[in-house]
Design a protein around this ligand. Structure first.
Ligand SMILES: O=C(O)CCC(=O)C(=O)O
Ligand SMILES: [Fe+2]
Length: 287
């Protein structure tokens, strides 16, 4: 099904002059970020503060903002160490983590909440993906449709399009023409639960066509064991009754990747796990 041409994917430029908290520029950015995350569950962030070589190798590394953890990983492949690899990954991880936190702060400010309302201990994992070009003239699924289970994700691709988001029931929009300084920020299910369903965790997938392989890097925020996802009371009122009970992130994460969960639609898992009153029918509550 093709997408309505009127739907425009949000592209938000983070100019350094606007990144000072409390300024007019900051407030405008907060509003745009909130609108994008409420409507689309994701947006393209143009952020040229981060510059690095967009070279991917095809594996995942946990806790990338910790330089020892990156070194331990590099030792597996290069027992004698690989300082350049470690520096690149560590510096990229650190900067992507800053970007995650900046966007969280914008969301917090946009709802007028205190910083403590979205505070947790976490590690950021990075996955590097190579999607092979499909056979000539064909189109192939690179990654099946899902909503993200980490709190939030930042995706960086090497200019070969492939990422698609579901904008209406069954309508897929391919994200194209991302600028070389762009990233895609994606709301995950726990952030949706935190926001009492205001923020959308969008269904997305990777579809490959054309003759070029696609490389991407995804940086995921994974809360530490014992973290409880809790909706701030300010986001619950008569107009917005509580949709999700407080839940242990790790239990949700394990549930989402368990065998019985495989038979459930990815976007439905959060409701199965944490809905305050389970929906009577199978219909999605956020539609
Ligand atoms: O590679 C991409 O562009 C998307 C990756 C993704 O959605 C994921 O790893 O959850
Ligand atoms: Fe994803």
């Amino acid at each position: 099904m093709s997408v309505d041409a009127k739907i425009e994917f949000p592209v938000i430029e983070f100019r350094s002059a606007d990144l000072e908290r409390g300024t007019n520029g900051w407030h405008q950015l907060c509003k745009k970020v909130r609108e994008a995350c409420e409507t689309f569950g994701c947006f393209e962030v143009v952020y040229d503060t981060i510059s690095f070589e967009r070279r991917c190798l095809g594996f995942g590394i946990g806790d990338v903002s910790n330089s020892d953890s990156v070194k331990d990983f590099a030792q597996l492949m290069w027992p004698e160490g690989h300082p350049r690899f470690c520096d690149t990954i560590h510096s990229m991880g650190t900067q992507l983590e800053v970007l995650h936190k900046l966007i969280w702060l914008m969301l917090i400010d946009s709802y007028g909440l205190g910083e403590d309302s979205l505070k947790m201990n976490y590690t950021m994992s990075m996955r590097m993906m190579k999607y092979m070009a499909p056979p000539l003239g064909e189109s192939e699924t690179g990654l099946f449709a899902h909503t993200d289970k980490p709190v939030s994700t930042i995706i960086c691709e090497d200019q070969i399009p492939g990422l698609e988001i579901e904008v209406n029931d069954g309508q897929w929009m391919k994200l194209t023409n991302l600028s070389p300084s762009s990233f895609v920020f994606m709301v995950g299910d726990p952030l949706k639960a935190w926001s009492n369903g205001r923020l959308k965790s969008t269904n997305h997938k990777v579809m490959m066509s054309g003759d070029k392989d696609r490389f991407s890097i995804a940086a995921f925020i994974i809360p530490n064991e014992g973290t409880v996802i809790k909706t701030p009371k300010e986001l619950i009122d008569e107009e917005h009754p509580q949709l999700f009970k407080d839940f242990d992130f790790m239990k949700f994460f394990f549930f989402a990747f368990s065998d019985p969960a495989r038979r459930i639609d990815s976007g439905q898992l959060l409701y199965e796990f944490a809905a305050v009153s389970p929906p009577v029918s199978n219909a999605r509550m956020d539609k």
